[in-house]
Design a protein around this ligand. Structure first.
Ligand SMILES: Cc1ncc(COP(=O)(O)O)c(C=O)c1O
Length: 420
C-alpha cells in the first residue's frame, strides 16, 4: 500500500493501536471542531502581545473581597450544611427571588417559578438547542452572531438561516427555506444589547420586528442578555421579553426565553446565569438540568446571591466607568489610526467594536501578520458567521486593555492594516 493510500485510509481503519474513535462518535460530533485561529491565539499568553482578542472581563475589577466574605459566611454560618450539600435543580431560592426583583426592574414581572439558575448562560444555550432542535431544523441567527451559540446549537445538527431585524424577509420565505432543508424553523436567537461580536444594540423597532416574525412563524425567541447591564450611553431599551409581555399580557403567554448571566458583571468563574421564561419551558429545562448536572454549584449561587444583594448596582457602576473609558479610547484611536475604507461600530455598551475592512481583505491572514510584526491580537470575524462569510471583518475587545495600551495597540494595528 502506498504511503498516500495508507494516509487516506488511516481515518477509517482500526489501527491496531487504538479504537477508530471518529467512527464511533455520533454524527453530532462531526460539527464540533476546534477553530483554525486557536493555534494563533495561543500566542496571547506571551507578555509582549497587546490583546484585543478575549471577550472577557478585566479580573482587576472582580469584587474579590466581597466574594471572600460571602464564601466564608456561607461556610461558617447556619447555611454551612446547605452550602456543601446537593440542592434543587431550579436553583437557590433566595437567588431566584433576587432575580424576580431584577427582572421586574427590566419590565419583566414574573415569579420564581419562571426562573431557573444555570451554570453560566452558555449552559442555557446548550439546553435550549437540545430542547428545540431536531436534526435538520432551522435556527435563525444573526450574520454575524455569538460563536458560542453556534457551537452550542451545532451539537443538535441544525441548519441556520439569517435573522434580519429589519423585517424585510417574509415568514413564508423562512418557512420554505427550512422545509427545503428538511426541517422547521424553531427559534430566532438574538442579543438585543451590545451583541458579541458587533457591539451593536437593536432599536425597539428591530426588537418588535423580531417578535412580529416569531409570531408569524409561531416560533420561540431566545434572547441572549449576557451584556445587558453594561450600557455606557443612551437610554435603556426594554428587553425582547418585556416587549413580548407588553403584547401578550403576561409572561405565561410569551414566546421569548431570556438568558441572563452574572459573568460580565460579577464573576464568570463562578458560572452562574439564569433563564427567565414561561413555566412550561422552565419545567422542561429543569428536567434537562436534572439529567445533565443536577444543579449549579450551591456555594457559588449563595456567594453570587450575597454579593448581588449587597452591591450589584455599585459593582456595575464601577465596571461601567472603566469600560466606558476604554471604549472611548478605542474609538478615538481607531479614528486616528485606521486608513480610509475601514469602518467600525460605535457601541453604546458591552465589550466589543466590530471592524470591517475593504472587500477582499482577510482577517485571519491579518492576524498572523499582526502577531508576527506588531504583536497585536484580535479575533478574525469569519468564525462568527454561520455561512463562513465575513473574511474581511475583525472583532476587537476593549475590556482588558488600559487606555494607553489601547492607543498603542490600535496604532500598531493601523500599520498592519495599511500593509507596513
Ligand atoms: C453573547 C454571549 N452569550 C453568552 C455567553 C456565555 O457566558 P456565560 O456562560 O459566562 O454566562 C457569552 C460569553 O462570552 C457571550 O458573549
Amino acid at each position: 500500500m502506498s504511503t498516500q493510500m495508507q494516509a487516506d485510509t488511516a481515518g477509517s481503519m482500526k489501527s491496531g493501536h487504538g479504537l477508530d474513535w471518529p467512527g464511533l462518535f455520533a454524527t453530532r460530533a462531526e460539527r464540533m471542531k476546534a477553530s483554525e485561529i486557536r493555534e494563533l491565539l495561543k500566542l496571547l499568553d506571551q507578555p509582549d502581545v497587546i490583546s484585543f482578542a478575549g471577550g472577557i472581563p478585566d479580573p482587576a475589577l472582580f469584587p474579590a473581597e466581597a466574594f471572600g466574605a460571602a464564601l466564608t459566611s456561607a461556610l461558617t454560618g447556619d447555611t454551612k450544611g446547605a452550602a456543601l450539600q446537593y440542592s434543587v435543580s431550579e436553583g437557590y431560592k433566595p437567588l431566584r427571588d433576587w432575580l424576580v426583583a431584577r427582572m421586574a426592574s427590566l419590565g419583566v414581572p414574573c415569579s420564581a417559578d419562571n426562573i431557573m439558575i444555570t451554570s453560566g448562560s452558555q449552559q442555557a444555550l446548550d439546553y435550549l438547542g437540545k430542547l428545540f432542535l431536531s436534526k435538520g431544523d432551522t435556527a435563525l441567527v444573526g450574520w454575524p452572531t455569538y460563536l458560542g451559540a453556534l457551537q452550542a446549537f451545532n451539537a443538535y445538527e441544525p441548519n441556520y438561516d439569517r435573522l434580519t431585524p429589519l423585517g424585510n424577509r417574509s415568514a413564508d420565505d423562512y418557512r420554505a427555506t427550512a422545509a427545503a432543508n428538511g426541517g422547521q424553523v424553531k427559534f430566532a436567537y438574538a442579543s438585543a444589547d451590545f451583541a458579541n461580536p458587533t457591539g451593536e444594540t437593536l432599536p425597539e423597532s428591530a426588537r418588535k420586528n423580531i417578535l412580529d416574525l416569531a409570531e408569524e412563524l409561531d416560533i420561540a425567541v431566545i434572547e441572549d442578555a449576557a451584556y445587558q447591564s453594561l450600557r455606557y450611553d443612551g437610554d435603556e431599551i426594554p428587553p425582547l421579553l418585556a416587549l413580548d409581555i407588553e403584547r401578550s399580557g403576561s409572561i405565561e403567554a410569551t414566546r421569548t426565553i431570556y438568558c441572563g448571566s452574572f459573568s460580565k458583571t460579577l464573576a464568570p468563574g463562578l458560572r452562574v446565569g439564569w433563564v427567565c421564561a414561561a413555566k412550561p419551558v422552565i419545567s422542561k429545562l429543569v428536567l434537562m438540568k436534572q439529567a445533565a448536572d443536577l444543579h449549579s454549584a450551591t456555594l457559588n449561587q449563595m456567594a453570587i446571591h450575597t454579593v448581588a444583594s449587597d452591591g450589584f448596582e455599585a459593582q456595575v457602576a464601577k465596571i461601567k466607568a472603566t469600560y466606558q473609558a476604554r471604549r472611548d479610547a478605542m474609538l478615538a484611536a481607531l479614528s486616528r489610526h485606521m486608513p480610509e475604507g475601514v469602518t467600525w461600530t460605535k457601541p453604546d455598551g458591552g465589550m466589543f467594536v466590530w471592524v470591517t475592512l475593504p472587500e477582499g481583505a482577510d482577517g485571519a491572514a491579518l492576524l498572523a501578520e499582526s502577531l508576527k510584526t506588531e504583536r497585536v491580537a484580535f479575533v478574525p470575524g469569519k468564525a462568527f458567521f454561520a455561512d463562513g462569510s465575513g473574511a474581511n471583518t475583525l472583532r476587537l475587545s476593549f475590556s482588558c486593555a488600559s487606555e494607553a495600551m489601547i492607543e498603542e495597540g490600535i496604532k500598531r494595528l493601523g500599520r498592519v492594516v495599511r500593509g507596513g
